[in-house]
Ligand binder design. Structure first.
Ligand code: ADP
Ligand code: MG
Length: 696
């Protein structure tokens, strides 16, 4: 039953797929026959009716028809075949760069032809390069479609070397297979009634008859697609719900606050926790006092002081003779946490150490031993803290910082790892990415949530300006002035590609330029390709105030805290999303000085980029920005899943489909209570990877 769409059958078992194609599909995330069946079209094209030549739109895929008036081979650098066709409204050209005698002969003068492709603007006439074409028996013959078979043509997302035709053909054979082994209905009848049967739905999605409301298919409102959206959301929600229930059945150390460390720690701080921090810490202590594992998410905007909350949670575990591990998404951030916690905890006699994948084998081994013997009480690091070799003597608390950088499955793996002698560690998860409530209900359905809704006192909002690249000179001068008046500056260099190597190169060039232009400043560079100890040194120097200007890639995006830095320049800001811009800007405005952020852009700005820049200028509030982000993206756009720490949905688009969430929530409670086996089947079908975490 779990296999109703063949989710355990590898793609290679489908006839027509060899290892070459298999690899290409793999890059699209398609490994099983089910993955292929749920590779839904991006859009659809109507190739059944043609457009008069006089009415074509440049750039659109269109079918045109006409009578061939001239076909000739011309020589431009290379031979090409040019065919002129004509209807009542005008003339168009079909152009072939590669052709043979057969093609040339088929396009004989006086014949009627039907051609499909993207309309380009030619010198004198619109043209299609390498159209799909068919010679018609006569003018009336509907050449591109078979009689009675009028359907929209699906267009799929693809990868290099994989053509639409190949994808279409294979999906058709997967559908045929499904037809021979029709999928069982797993939803209880009162629910199933609301939807079309799965097979019919898939047939409509991949081969919509010409009378289908295509727009509804794309917006996810069509009956055919709704079943799958609903099922996938249900499965996701149920898996979270079951995890939560399962978690409630586990045992954890009940921890009593005894103030042994907490009191002297608070006394050593130069400030007192804000009300919001205190409230959140109270939530945490209440959870930790229970003999079941805490699973709490702390949402707090950038700069709201989540690190202090983590420290207070850690001290509670340590007072109860338990070890603590804190994981951060980047080395720079892990390093910074290490420095903070060392400074805070070592005076109390607590041993703090850190671990990163880049340490030498010998140094790693030392850490492993220290953790295993219990000598190291608090371990801080990147995901290296969770490799198999790290075994804790008695792990009581797992803290994950900037959770949105890790996927849900990673979080679950960590959880599984903490298990020792049937005792589970408590879990504290921190994120700066605020998401609207309805979305949080799904994304964090397994977690209890606390919000730090207050910034530490004395902060002045960052003033943001938006300036085109053409005024670079002015900006360089601004940087100079800021440094001369003892302020520190970040200059963030970004590229389009998600490549830390290219980013690093661009940052290296920029630093050279700036050093030449501003010879009196001390300028340093940091990027993700540098060695750990180099990065460490650069950050220490910046933090100590020895470096005035830090040129960086987006590696500094999360968590970095240097309160004296009060000016941030972000280059090519138009290329970044709102969440990322807000995170980056959050690096300034952390001290009492008035801070500024300059968003530099390359003109012209697209409409979306303009809207984003406006939001950044007008707001400093992460929740407002997140809400605007959703509005600007609009429905139908793919959500930045990585940024939200959401598992990759196959079909669901959380933004587009969020209106279904409360219904899904109700239904999953109902299924879990009345049809537990259906719940399991749904999870098995949609989230096979997650089954192993769920024993409920
Ligand atoms: P984030 O929530 O972004 O992780 P941090 O924990 O890095 O924020 O804190 C940002 C800055 O605010 C740090 O310099 C920290 O020392 C300071 N801070 C935290 N809590 C308070 C407080 N209650 N009063 C004053 N400053 C605080
Ligand atoms: Mg932080």
């Amino acid at each position: 039953m779990a296999n109703r769409f063949f989710n355990h059958i590898p793609l290679i078992n489908l006839s027509g797929i060899g290892s070459n194609l298999e690899k290409k599909f793999h890059t699209l995330g398609i490994d099983s026959i089910q993955d292929l069946l749920f590779h839904f079209p991006l859009r659809y094209e109507d190739r059944t009716s043609s457009c008069s030549i006089g009415d074509v739109t440049i750039g659109e895929y269109t079918t045109i028809e006409g009578c061939i008036i001239k076909t000739e081979v011309i020589l431009k650098r290379k031979q090409m075949l040019v065919c002129h066709i004509q209807d009542e409204s005008g003339i168009a050209i079909l152009r072939f760069m590669n052709f043979n005698a057969g093609i040339k002969a088929s396009l004989a003068q006086g014949k009627w032809v039907s051609a499909y492709g993207e309309i380009k603007s030619g010198k004198n006439y619109p043209e299609i390069i390498h159209p799909q074409y068919k010679i018609k028996a006569n003018r009336e013959d509907n050449a591109l479609v078979e009689e009675g078979q009028e359907r929209y043509t699906p267009i799929y997302s693809t990868t290099y070397g994989l053509t639409q035709n190949v994808i279409r053909k294979l999906i058709q054979s997967a559908l045929l297979l499904l037809k021979r082994n029709p999928p069982a209905e797993i939803l209880p009848s009162q629910l199933a009634r609301l939807f079309l049967p799965a097979l019919d739905s898939l047939n409509i999605i991949h081969n919509p008859p010409i009378d289908t409301d295509i727009n509804q298919l794309v917006t996810g409102e069509h009956r055919a697609i709704k079943r799958f959206i609903f099922e996938e959301l249900l499965a996701y929600h149920l898996s979270m719900l079951l995890l939560k229930i399962d978690n409630q059945r586990q045992q954890a150390y009940a921890m009593r606050v005894n103030q042994k460390f907490i009191k002297p720690f608070l006394a050593s701080l130069p400030f007192t926790p804000t009300n919001a921090q205190q409230r959140v810490v109270r939530d945490i202590y209440k959870d930790m006092a229970k003999p079941v594992p805490m699973m709490r998410l702390i949402q707090g905007d950038v700069g709201s002081g989540k690190t202090l909350v983590a420290a207070l949670a850690a001290l509670n575990a340590i007072e109860n003779n338990q070890q603590v591990v804190l994981m951060a998404p980047t080395e720079i951030l892990a390093e910074q946490h290490y420095n903070n916690f060392k400074q805070w905890f070592e005076p109390l006699g607590i041993k703090v150490d850190w671990l990163s994948g880049r340490l030498t084998t010998k140094n790693k081994k030392l850490r492993y031993e220290g953790v295993q013997s219990g000598d190291i009480t608090m371990l801080i690091g990147t995901h290296a803290v969770f490799v198999d070799k790290v075994e804790f003597a008695t792990l009581g608390l797992v803290i994950i910082d900037e959770q949105h950088r890790f996927g849900v499955n990673q979080r679950l793996t960590l959880w599984e790892k903490g298990i020792k002698e049937s005792m589970h560690p408590h879990q504290l998860i921190m994120t700066a990415t605020p998401i609207p409530r309805t979305l949080a209900m799904t994304v964090y359905a397994d977690l209890d949530v606390s919000v730090i809704d207050e910034l530490p006192p004395g902060r002045t909002p960052v003033t943001t300006v938006v300036i085109p690249n053409s005024r670079r000179e002015e900006i360089i001068e601004k940087v100079n002035q800021a440094c001369l008046s003892a302020r520190q500056v970040y200059w963030v260099c970004t590229l389009v590609e998600e490549s830390e190597t290219l980013d690093a190169q661009a940052a290296e060039m920029l630093v050279e330029e700036l050093r030449e232009r501003l010879p009196n400043l001390s300028i340093a560079l940091i990027h993700g390709k540098m060695k750990s100890d180099e990065k460490q040194l650069v950050m220490q120097n910046f933090k100590a105030g020895n470096t005035q200007l830090l040129v960086a890639t987006t590696v500094i995006e999360v968590g970095v805290d240097v309160p004296n830095a009060s000016l941030m320049i972000i280059e090519n800001a138009e290329r970044l999303g709102l969440a990322q811009l807000h995170q980056l800007r959050g690096r300034v405005g952390r001290g009492s000085a008035v801070s500024h952020c300059v968003l530099m852009y390359q003109a012209p700005l697209s409409k979306v980029a303009q809207a984003r820049m406006r939001v950044m200028r007008e707001s400093n509030d992460g929740f407002v920005i997140a809400q605007k982000d959703l509005e600007i993206r609009g429905s139908g756009e793919i959500l930045g899943t990585r940024q939200m720490g959401v598992a990759n949905f196959k079909i669901v688009d959380l933004i587009r489909d969020q209106y279904l969430i409360s219904e899904v929530q109700e239904t999953s409670d109902y299924l879990q209570q009345n049809y537990p086996q259906v719940a399991q089947q749904l999870i098995a079908c949609w989230l096979p990877d997650r089954q192993k975490y769920i024993n409920a």
